[in-house]
Design a protein around this ligand. Structure first.
Ligand code: NAD
Ligand code: UDP
Ligand code: UDP
Length: 317
């Protein structure tokens, strides 16, 4: 494979750091861009000595002038706590960030991947969700900065494709977990593991009957790489990337308590506003287009994630 220069925005975040690592392993040169809002230098520390790895501190809402062959646009806070912390900045990051990265891609004729999300389906009325479903999204709720920001970013990607002939790949990522999730970002997998390891109450929001389907990070990165490299330029997506095995949040809590041998008990807290009741990807398109399906079971993925968090929690004591 030809050595490429690849820009990863949000490269020091959870998914971005795994993607940078994978691209370097493939023999590419990586420019990791981040403003370190939710990203963490610790996630990429082990890559810094690699002469083909470079870090740029930059906010994607401002223009950027670099020369690369490909762009993966991941910059955006992803957990509800973080994207609701400064909602106006979240929309700016999605929308202005997309405009700037698309403007850059247009000038340098680079292929560009957008990290879109299952949140574009909102609280879905169709189950599981195929790409053809337009979603059920509140335009002015507390999640809207993220959901509508990502929807507008998709609009921009498709308009740059239609209007300027840009080579775009839009991946709709469903809940993904694994090592390097931020401890404080409040997402369900990291919250439950940390609570269980500390023998604290497990905070289930609502009655825990809402569902999610959890994809292990390595599977997700494999899907992104195949989408970018193994589909023709005419294939833009949107394409779902996620694990089609669905669990209730209560099942997740019980599984994590068992796996960590924890004495934690389950506590039921109020369900946040607009929290989707069910979510599960239809991945037939990814199966057909890139011969992809997640390989890691929830137990195996959780084991690796628990293994990641354990020593880090001990170090905090
Ligand atoms: P993350 O918060 O760990 O990573 C996001 C990164 O973007 C962080 O390093 C953060 O500092 C950086 N960032 C935020 N605003 C920025 C800005 N204005 N300029 C430059 N950098 C900025 O989250 P993640 O889980 O790694 O998510 C990465 C991408 O994937 C996001 O776009 C997210 O919406 C998308 N996604 C993730 C999931 C998931 O389950 N992890 C699901 C759907 C979509
Ligand atoms: N842009 C950038 N880097 C580039 C080219 C463009 O950051 O190399 C940004 C710039 O801020 C511009 C935006 O991308 O406003 C959109 O670019 P485009 O060429 O589509 O439109 P313009 O606004 O320049 O007419
Ligand atoms: N959740 C929970 N307890 C927590 C954190 C989250 O019950 O401590 C629930 C949350 O209400 C949602 C699901 O778990 O129904 C997934 O939440 P997360 O924030 O991980 O992702 P998203 O809602 O964006 O899918």
């Amino acid at each position: 494979m030809k050595k490429k220069r690849v820009l990863v925005t949000g490269g020091s975040g959870f998914l971005g750091s795994h993607l940078c690592e994978r691209l370097l392993e493939m023999g590419h040169e990586v420019l990791c861009l981040d403003n370190f809002f939710t990203g963490n230098k610790g996630n990429i520390l082990h890559l810094i000595d690699n002469p083909y790895f470079e870090i740029i501190r930059h906010d994607v809402t401002f223009p950027l002038y670099v020369e690369v062959d490909e762009i993966y646009n991941l910059a955006c806070p992803a957990s509800p706590i973080h994207y609701q912390f400064d909602p106006v900045q979240t929309t700016k990051t999605s929308v202005h960030g997309a405009i700037n990265m698309l403007g850059l891609a247009k000038r340098i004729k680079a292929k560009i991947f957008q990290a879109s999300t299952s949140e574009v389906y909102g609280d879905p009325k169709i189950h599981p969700q195929p790409e053809s479903y337009w979603g059920n999204v509140n335009p002015n709720g507390v999640r809207s900065c993220y959901d509508e920001g990502k929807r507008c970013a998709e609009t921009l990607f498709f308009d740059y494709n239609r209007q300027h002939g840009l080579r775009i790949k839009v991946g709709r990522i469903f809940n993904t977990y694994g090592p390097r999730m931020a401890m404080n970002d409040g997402r369900v997998v990291s919250n439950f593991i940390i609570q269980a390891l500390r023998n604290e109450n497990i905070t289930v929001y609502g009655d825990g009957a809402q569902t999610r389907s959890f994809c292990y990070v390595d599977d997700l990165i494999e899907g992104m790489i195949r989408f970018m490299n193994e589909t023709p330029d005419t294939f833009t997506g949107p394409m779902n990337l996620g694990n089609p095995v669905e669990f209730t949040i209560l099942q997740l809590a019980e599984t994590i308590i068992t796996m960590t041998h924890s004495s934690s008990r389950i506590e039921f807290d109020p369900l946040p506003m607009d929290d989707p009741m069910q979510r599960c990807p239809d991945i037939q398109l990814a199966q057909k287009a890139i011969d992809w399906a997640p390989q890691t079971t929830l137990e195996n993925g959780l084991e690796k994630t628990i293994h990641y968090f354990k020593p880090r929690l001990k170090a905090l004591k």
